[in-house]
Ligand binder design. Structure first.
Ligand SMILES: Cc1cc2nc3c(=O)[nH]c(=O)nc-3n(C[C@H](O)[C@H](O)[C@H](O)COP(=O)(O)O)c2cc1C
Length: 419
């Protein structure tokens, strides 16, 4: 094993928690809960397999902190104490298989297709229409902001009570916390808008509400963008986002995971190819868009696919352009998500000091044993970045939808079930 390979499989501390390796399963909205957000057998099994694969840390897909912040029909919720028994089933299964799991807490804000989840009241930092979905939110009042802050704190309390090893605040990818950070979506003139200090106020209050419940020793990490990727709009660049991360470090987060983009950015978050993705999307979450938007997207789909393929081709470690600014600014661990497929690319990123850990999403959907297979140099079902999984996002369980790769995965899991 090389020295850098040693680093990939060496322990890392996040707050008071020591993890046995540096390749994590990042959040992928599992879409396997019941329609009212309760844990199901298939959701428990999803995480159990990841833990069996020796994954050093599993981060759940985004869990809604309040009904208002729910973005997909079968999303998991932590919005009420009656969700705790189900959440315990997840942590029991993961711990029983020797794993560790963090809950990603989220409020979607304006990034929702209202008819998809039956949302009546869509809120954000300001009333800025989402150009992709056409959803126009209303601005939260200060009293309502306080309610959302409480909802985050209470959701974290429930997750800790359910046995999770930590929580992640989802402040990336254009969801509510990200909407407050970004000047394009935050036009407020009160204490929550204006300079960076004010635009981080909501996130700092959320963190304080979480800490007040879970204490200083419980790991709380944050996912942030390395770039908002909002050209011609007032998005944040890497320098400003690294400054925001520094503010969050001072406020008490234990690590930061770096992603990229809002819904409105297109697909920089999931570089790859987009034919299967757009086809599935128009039959899934986008089927609930207003008719003219859907027809326009359907008519121009081949052209849009071509443009997306050219703009966001798959490449390993595609957020590593951003992470050095965070590494320079922060003392806490920096985790880089995006495009990691091979052990060589992961080892290289760590050896060059571009990040302290890496995380992956789609490869684990293709192969829940991705970590063990990478560690032991065993070939497994391999993600080909076709993004069919993204196309089914929110409408179908998060899984691999590439026919050949999925067949390999199913065969692997069937063999496992053989007596
Ligand atoms: C099906 C699917 C669902 C996702 N859901 C979430 C989510 O719930 N929360 C989140 O922060 N990111 C989510 N992402 C983004 C991933 O965390 C990750 O940033 C992205 O897939 C790039 O990493 P990868 O190249 O390893 O897949 C999702 C991605 C996919 C493919």
């Amino acid at each position: 094993m090389t020295d850098s390979g040693g680093l990939l499989f060496s322990p890392i501390r996040i707050g008071r928690l020591t993890l046995p390796g540096r390749l994590f399963k990042t959040a992928t909205a599992e879409t396997r809960a019941s329609h009212d957000g309760f844990v199901t057998d298939e959701l428990v099994e999803f995480y159990r397999l990841l833990a069996l694969g020796r994954t050093p840390l599993i981060i759940t897909g985004n869990i809604y902190v309040s009904r208002q912040g729910k973005s997909a029909p079968r999303q998991t919720g932590a919005d009420h104490d009656d969700k705790i028994p189900g959440l315990i089933r997840i942590t029991d299964a993961v711990h029983g298989a020797g794993g560790r799991i963090f809950a990603q807490l989220n409020h979607c804000g304006r990034q929702v297709v209202p008819d998809f989840v039956g949302a009546k009241d869509v809120v954000s930092a300001s009333a800025v229409k989402d150009l992709l979905t056409g959803t126009r939110p209303r601005a939260l009042s200060p009293a309502e902001i306080a309610e959302v802050v409480e909802a985050y704190g209470e959701a974290a309390r429930r997750c800790q009570a359910a046995g999770f090893d930590g929580v992640q605040m989802h402040s990336a990818n254009g969801y509510l916390l990200s909407q407050f950070l970004t000047p394009y979506t935050n036009r407020r003139t009160d204490d929550y808008g204006g300079d960076l200090e004010r635009r981080t106020r909501f996130a700092r209050e959320v963190l304080a509400a979480i800490r007040a419940r879970v204490g200083a020793d419980f790991p709380v990490i944050i996912k942030m963008n390395g770039s908002d990727a909002l050209p011609l709009r007032d998005g944040l660049d890497t320098t400003e986002l690294a400054r925001a991360a520094k503010i969050m470090e001072a406020a008490g987060v234990d690590a930061v995971e770096i992603s990229v983009g809002h819904y409105e950015s297109g697909f920089p978050m999931v570089c790859g190819t987009f034919g299967r993705c757009l086809r599935a999307m128009l039959q899934g979450s986008m089927a609930h868009l207003p008719a003219w938007r859907r027809i326009l997207l359907t008519l121009f789909r081949p052209l849009v696919t071509l443009a997306c393929n050219l703009l966001w081709p798959g490449r390993e470690g595609f957020n590593l352009d951003h992470t050095p600014a965070f590494k320079a600014a922060l003392s806490i661990p920096v985790i880089s998500v995006g495009g990691f497929r091979t052990r060589a690319a992961m080892e290289n990123a760590l050896a060059r000091g571009l990040c302290d850990a890496v995380s992956a999403g789609r490869p684990f959907l293709a192969d829940p044993f991705f970590f063990r297979h990478i560690r032991d140099n065993i070939p497994g079902p391999h993600c080909v970045d076709c993004n069919a999984c993204v196309g089914h996002l929110g409408a179908q369980p998060a899984d691999c939808y590439h026919p050949k790769v999925r067949a390999e995965k199913d065969a692997m899991l069937a063999a496992l079930r053989q007596p």
